[in-house]
Write a protein that binds this ligand. Structure first.
Ligand code: OAD
Length: 251
């Protein structure tokens, strides 16, 4: 894409945001990539290079081999623990503040389980759970004891002795109801929907873009490798950490 086209798209996106009363943003793993957290569809590295993330993040995998799945999450926690928000997270916090001053509604929804949006100061709704929380795989109670991320031993629930697992939505599981209802409401209400750093392959989150489009919202996509989704109205191709600060500056 030429610089002129990129500038025209950025201006068009800024105009849409300026005119909108209600904005809904969905982020995915791509927004944390520049903080050094690998995306899901990147090949895994190191110890886990022979596994696919999709094959470890499932209830079947945990039932078959809880030790392996727990060890993978402990490894991921060690990978993520020192990571910091990047300019994309900071820009979205600025966008939230701008929306508040302009009396616009802005819903920030993420599929990510890291807490980099929160670290940047944003209010965010997590559709796929939280990397730093745990719960019982048997009775579903939250597990609030401190967890030592440097070791891999399985932990047991103090109430029912069930195995402790990360509080993350796995393939084949329902999304948390309250968060999902919030997302559905936000998407039904928005004039502009921005999809950032997501491959839009995992449902039901990926369906939010379609719902937004059907009810008349303009769709903006920010992606290093655009998804080529024909529903997208404005394509901002490139790194979220480079594009989002420019978009916010253009407002
Ligand atoms: P994916 O790994 O599927 O997609 C990441 C997207 O980010 C791709 O489209 C990349 O082109 C894009 N990308 C990479 N670097 C970028 C950058 N610097 N700036 C902008 N875009 C960039 O991740 P998700 O779509 O988030 O689910 O995956 C969805 C869900 O699948 C995850 O939440 C997880 C996973 O299985 C659960 O854990 C339930």
């Amino acid at each position: 894409m030429s610089d002129m086209t990129a500038l025209a798209e950025l201006t068009q996106a800024a105009d849409l945001l300026t005119q909108a009363k209600s904005i809904c943003i969905l982020t995915g793993a791509g927004i944390s990539a520049e903080s050094g957290i690998p995306t899901f569809r990147d090949k895994q590295t190191g110890l886990w290079e022979n596994y696919r993330a999709e094959d470890l993040a499932s209830i079947d995998a945990f039932e078959r081999n809880p030790q392996m799945v727990w060890s993978w999450y402990q490894w991921r926690r060690n990978l993520v623990k020192d990571k910091q928000p990047n300019p994309a997270h900071h820009a979205l916090f600025k966008l939230q503040q701008w929306a508040e001053t302009e009396h616009k509604t802005l819903a920030l929804i993420t599929q990510n389980v890291d807490d980099l949006h929160e670290q940047a100061g944003s209010k965010v709704t997590h559709l796929h759970g939280h990397l730093w929380r745990n719960k019982c795989s048997g009775c579903d109670s939250p597990y609030t004891e401190p967890v030592d991320y440097s070791q891999d031993s399985l932990l047991h629930c103090p109430h029912c002795e069930g195995l402790i697992r990360p509080d993350i939505v796995w393939f084949g599981e329902m999304l948390p109801q309250q968060e999902w209802r919030y997302a559905e409401h936000a998407v039904n209400d928005c004039d502009v929907f921005i999809s950032i750093g997501t491959s839009s392959l995992v449902y039901p989150a990926a369906g939010l873009l379609q719902v937004a489009k059907q009810q008349g919202a303009a769709i903006i996509e920010v992606n290093l490798n655009p998804t080529q989704n024909p529903l997208v109205d404005v394509e901002l191709a490139g790194k979220a950490g480079e594009i989002l600060p420019k978009l916010v500056d253009a407002l």
